[in-house]
Design a protein around this ligand. Structure first.
Ligand SMILES: Nc1nc2c(c(=O)[nH]1)N[C@H]1C(S)=C(S)[C@@H](COP(=O)(O)OP(=O)(O)OC[C@H]3O[C@@H](n4cnc5c(N)ncnc54)[C@H](O)[C@@H]3O)O[C@H]1N2
Ligand code: MOO
Length: 398
């Protein structure tokens, strides 16, 4: 049976509309120049352009001998990767050379060590012209655009930037996210019991925030106190502030009143989805966003994946991700008026519901890879879009 209407039901937005609005309500953060060591997880704000050719000079691709002309060759010395004084090779001459060392002028090719027959100062073997030489500019030439703006900076991008000789990148920084977990009944250690509920949202948030490409600045417990919440929101300078457990209309739910007191604009006041319908998004004049996560832990997770991830994508300068579609063996019934978010395991046969999907339980989510997005209405969905439970997942599920 559908639940009785929540007081925000009238304002509740369709799930896709809310996701679009959360993306639109956020603004891309201002680009900054960051050292490579601080740029992992950011977004390129400008295209990555090669300032110079890579490699800058012809280099050996093997340990062996740089040879000139036809063999046999007289070995006249050794060139190391750091050698600066390079000889000019005349036909019949060779230098022992290491991988990555500049090949001297006149080199025909590099004879790989294992294939060389060395007798005293003479070396013999077969060399195809140009063999085992990495040509200058083989990877890129000066001025070449290697990556467009909007690419996520990951370790390989950082390595490439270093190989190009760059020390800094112009990037959209990672948004900073702080979380306030509210609830007088919450405890941080030990088991739940009468009058005590073990906090199950706080432990989820740092990993979710980091996977969503943001930095988690703090997860702080707050009592069910309006003044404490107002004070915490006013002092928090994070780009996104998550508040859990204060989103409904009970006597201990202070989020909306607190936002009103601080003059925040309530952009989203409820989303027509299950679980997670009391989720909310508000914006301060200075651009900081507040996202209300319902207290039921699975509902909090779905709300972060819906509004939180959408807003963070925009702050990172990224479009809203499109969601892959998968078959649902056996189908899933739609809710009459709300989008259902159903934990599924992604298998070669499709997205298989794992059960245990009540809004207060995380057993289903913990066993699942994704949420199947089931449109409202009387039909049974035999395919569905999938929202990954890992907001950092890019190439999945196939
Ligand atoms: N009269 C109505 N009551 C409720 C409605 C409604 O529409 N009308 N909606 C229900 C739904 S749906 C949800 S979800 C919750 C949202 O409530 P709040 O965001 O205000 O959160 P609380 O009331 O504080 O807590 C709800 C529930 O979750 C437990 N909780 C809270 N925080 C945590 C945590 N960090 N870890 C584990 N469990 C947590 C809390 O103890 C309560 O059991 O409202 C419904 N009520
Ligand atoms: O619909 Mo609530 O947000 O129980 O989960």
């Amino acid at each position: 049976m559908p639940r009785p209407d929540h007081r925000h039901a009238a304002a509740a937005l369709p799930w896709d509309v809310a996701r679009d609005l959360a993306h639109a309500a956020a603004a891309a953060l201002v680009p900054r120049s960051l050292p490579l060591s601080a740029a992992d997880g950011t977004t390129l704000a400008t295209p990555l352009v090669a300032p110079a050719a890579v490699p800058p000079v012809d280099r050996s691709a093997m340990d062996g001998y740089a040879v000139a002309g036809e063999g046999p060759w007289q070995v006249l010395g050794t060139i190391l990767a750091g050698s600066l004084d390079l000889p000019n090779l005349a036909p019949g001459e060779a230098y022992a050379i290491v991988t990555g060392a500049s090949v001297p002028t006149g080199t025909t090719g590099v004879l790989q060590d294992e294939l060389a027959v060395r007798t005293g100062a003479e070396v013999l073997g077969n060399v195809v012209p140009g063999q085992h030489i990495r040509r200058a500019g083989e990877e890129c030439v000066a001025g070449e655009v290697l990556l467009p703006a909007g690419v996520r900076v990951d370790p390989s991008v950082l390595g490439l930037a270093a190989a190009l000789g760059l020390d800094r990148l112009t990037v959209i920084p990672q948004p900073r996210v702080a979380a306030f977990v509210t609830g007088d009944e919450l405890v941080q250690r030990g088991a739940s019991g009468p009058g005590r509920v073990r906090d199950a949202i706080g432990p989820m948030l740092p990993g979710l925030i980091e996977r969503a490409g943001a930095t988690c600045t703090a997860v702080t417990q707050l009592p069910d106190s309006r003044s404490a919440l107002i004070d915490a929101l006013a002092k928090c300078d994070a780009d996104v502030i998550l508040v859990s457990g204060s989103s409904a209309s009970g006597p201990a739910d202070h989020l909306r009143a607190g936002l009103t007191a601080l003059g925040a604009e309530l952009v989203i006041d409820g989303v027509a989805c299950r679980p997670g319908h009391p989720q909310a998004l508000a914006r301060f004049d200075d651009g900081r966003l507040v996202i209300g996560l319902p207290g039921n832990p699975f509902a909090a997770l779905t709300a972060f994946l819906t509004l939180g991830v959408a807003a963070l994508h925009r702050m990172r300068g990224l479009p809203l991700p499109t969601l892959p579609v998968a078959p649902i063996p056996g189908g899933l019934a739609g809710h009459p008026t709300s989008t259902r978010l159903v934990p599924v395991r992604v298998t070669p046969e499709g997205a298989v519901p794992v059960g245990h999907a009540g809004s207060a339980m995380l057993r289903g989510a913990a066993a699942a890879d994704a949420l199947a997005i089931i449109e409202p209405g009387p039909t049974t969905a035999i395919t569905a879009r999938l929202l990954s439970l890992d907001p950092g997942a890019t190439h999945w599920p196939y």
